[in-house]
Design a protein around this ligand. Structure first.
Ligand SMILES: [Fe+2]
Length: 253
C-alpha cells in the first residue's frame, strides 16, 4: 500500500500518514489518533474519532482531498481522555448524527449501529464490529483488511477497563471481543485510537497486524479469564485527568 508521511510542527504538532483509502492523523504527543476514510472514486469520506483542538487538521486534510462529501462522522466509543469533536463535524457538514454503537448513552443526534452493520462510503464498505470491554459502547470498524481497532486492541496492549463500569464484567466483555478479533485474517492491519502502548510496552509503530499482535501482545495472548482479569486490574498507569468530566462532556455532545 502506498504511504505518504507528512509531519506538521505547529504548536499542536501532528503526524499525517496517508494510505490509499485511510488518512491516519496522529495528534502529537497525546498519542491519540483520528482517521479519515476516503473513497477516491465517489469522493465520499467518513471522519472517525476526531478530537477538539485538532479540528483544523481534519479540515486541512479534507481540503487536500479536494473537498469530498462527508458521508459519516463516527466514534469508536465514548472517550475518557479527550473531548470528541464529532458533534462539531456533524453540524459543520450537516450529517444525520454521530455514528455510534446502539449501546451509547450519548444524548445528542446519533446514528445507532449494531454488530454486523455495513456503512457505505462511496464504493467502500465499512463493517461494524461491536467489541465492548474498554467501554460498553465500543465499536471496531473493518474496511477490507484494515481494522480501526479503537481502544479495544492497541499495538502491544489493549484498552483499560477501569474508567467506569464494573471491572469484572468489562474484563469478560473485552476478553470475548479480543477472541473475535483473533478470528480475523492474520494479515488484517490494526489501526488503533492510540499509538504508544498504555500498559508496559513501548512501540513507535503506527499500525500492526493481527498476526503480529498474536505473536507479541501479552494481553492478546492470555487465554485464561482469571489471568486476564489480573492483567487488566494491576499495574496500569494513573487514570487520565478529569476522566469522569470528559466522559460526561462527551455524552452531552
Ligand atoms: Fe478510550
Amino acid at each position: 500500500m502506498e504511504e505518504e508521511v507528512c509531519v506538521s510542527y505547529t504548536i499542536l504538532y501532528f503526524v499525517m500518514i496517508r494510505m490509499s483509502n485511510i488518512s491516519q492523523l496522529i495528534l502529537g504527543e497525546t498519542g491519540c489518533v483520528s482517521y479519515i476514510i476516503h473513497c477516491n472514486e465517489k469522493r465520499e469520506i467518513a471522519i472517525v474519532d476526531s478530537f477538539e483542538e485538532f479540528e483544523e487538521d481534519i479540515l486541512e486534510e479534507i481540503k487536500r482531498l479536494g473537498y469530498p462529501s462527508v458521508k459519516y462522522v463516527l466514534d469508536t466509543h465514548t472517550h475518557a481522555d479527550r473531548r470528541s469533536a464529532s458533534s462539531y463535524f456533524v453540524n459543520e457538514f450537516g450529517v444525520d448524527g454521530i455514528v455510534k454503537s446502539e449501546m451509547t448513552k450519548y444524548k445528542g443526534s446519533k446514528v445507532k449501529t449494531k454488530d454486523g452493520d455495513v456503512l457505505k462510503i462511496g464504493n467502500l464498505e465499512l463493517k461494524v464490529m461491536y467489541t465492548p470491554g474498554h467501554t460498553y459502547d465500543h465499536n471496531c470498524y473493518l474496511l477490507g483488511d484494515n481494522l480501526l481497532s479503537g481502544d479495544c486492541l492497541f499495538i502491544g496492549d489493549v484498552g483499560r477497563i477501569d474508567l467506569g463500569g464494573d471491572p469484572r464484567e468489562k474484563t469478560e466483555l473485552l476478553y470475548n471481543s479480543l477472541r473475535r478479533l483473533e478470528q480475523l485474517p492474520p494479515n488484517t492491519k490494526i489501526y488503533p485510537n492510540h499509538v504508544g502502548a498504555a500498559h508496559a510496552i513501548d512501540s513507535e509503530d503506527t499500525f500492526s497486524t493481527i498476526s503480529n499482535e498474536m505473536k507479541t501482545n501479552t494481553a492478546f495472548q492470555i487465554k485464561n479469564i482469571q489471568e486476564f482479569y489480573t492483567y487488566m486490574t494491576e499495574g496500569w498507569p494513573p487514570k487520565p485527568d478529569n476522566w469522569e468530566k470528559i466522559i460526561e462532556d462527551n455524552l452531552n455532545g
